[in-house]
Design a binder for this molecule. Structure first.
Ligand code: NAD
Length: 299
């Protein structure tokens, strides 16, 4: 029988703050395949996430097919906008949501994982942030644009830089992108479209470099719309979902589990020849050049 078997593999998934996003669904699929799950949660979300988790608020979404609950071996506090402690501004250190936190920069998290688990096999980057995402590019400030690139694109480069050395040969890294990188999608602003374009280019270059250096595969999933917390912050997700329903080749909602399953395949030995690719998992939306529900087609 052909199956996805990740037993004995350790996966670090960066970018889980609740049970609604792609990161959670990927963690669940990897757990279903037998992997040990380590996660990175954005420092300001850490308390709410761990409190909710411990209070059983996610129990319903933790149920695996055998009836057991997905186990998270460890939650690391992570702010992927900072590489080392020297990068953290005083203002952030003093912020009430950071004050009691420690070890949340990328270099420190990589060190902690090495200390706790030695090596890992799978690294998932499922995080993005664009403070000016609601502003058109023409109105985006330099600061907002660079912040989008820093949190959403360079974070992948930096995480792989620091986690690569503790990844076992044959391992796989994966990031999440969106087709606004290659097609204009008004509303996905603040430099987020630029950040996704950079992320996709970096996926190819990192695949070459990490492939030769550590024998690691690097891919991206270009996902369709999902009503996650991050997507709700953009402001037009419901319209995007309606639009996809009306115009994509597959007239159905995209379930987070579908991205989880795609991810599980891509990081598994079944995808051993797949690297440097952007895999579309979006009900085919990326292929459409016209909107079939446009009033222009109704007359
Ligand atoms: P999500 O809100 O579940 O995940 C984003 C996570 O990033 C959150 O947990 C947030 O706390 C975290 N984060 C933000 N800034 C961070 C930082 N500096 N350091 C560490 N963590 C940080 O939303 P999602 O939609 O599942 O997003 C996951 C990925 O999928 C993102 O890269 C997003 O761009 C991508 N994506 C989403 C959609 C969609 O429609 N939801 C479509 C295509 C791609």
């Amino acid at each position: 029988m052909l199956n996805i078997n990740l037993k004995g593999k350790k996966a670090f998934i960066a970018g889980i703050g609740d049970d609604q996003g792609f990161g959670w669904a990927i963690a669940k699929a990897l757990a279903e395949a037998g992997a040990t799950i380590l996660i990175g949660t954005w420092t300001p979300m850490m308390r709410i996430f761990t409190t909710s988790f411990e209070a059983g608020k996610f129990d319903e979404s933790r149920v695996l097919s055998d009836g057991s609950l997905m186990q998270i071996a460890k939650v690391y506090s992570l702010d992927a906008a900072f590489d080392t402690p020297d990068d953290v501004p005083e203002e952030t250190k003093e912020n009430k949501r950071y004050k009691d936190a420690s070890g949340y920069t990328i270099a420190e998290v990589a060190e902690l994982i090495a200390k706790d688990y030695g090596t890992i096999d799978i690294f998932i980057h499922s995080l993005a942030n664009g403070p000016e995402v609601q502003k058109p590019l023409l109105e985006t400030s330099r600061k907002g644009y660079l912040a989008a690139l820093s949190a959403s694109s360079y974070s992948f480069v930096s995480l792989l830089q620091k986690i690569g050395p503790i990844m076992n040969p044959g391992g796989a890294a994966l990031t999440l992108t969106f087709m606004a990188s290659e097609k204009a999608i008004p509303g996905y602003g603040g430099g987020m479209s630029s950040a996704k374009a950079a992320l996709e280019s970096d996926t190819r270059v990192l695949a070459w470099e990490a492939g030769r250096k550590w024998n690691i595969r690097v891919n991206a999933i270009s996902a369709g719309g999902l009503r996650s917390r991050a997507a709700r912050a953009i402001g037009f997700i419901d319209k995007m979902l309606n639009y996809a329903h009306a115009n994509a080749p597959l007239a159905k909602d995209l379930a987070a589990e579908e991205i989880g399953n795609t991810a599980a395949f891509l990081v598994s030995p079944l995808a051993s020849a797949i690297t440097a690719t952007i895999v579309y998992a979006d009900n085919g939306m990326h292929a459409m050049g016209i909107a079939m529900d446009s009033p222009a087609f109704t007359s």
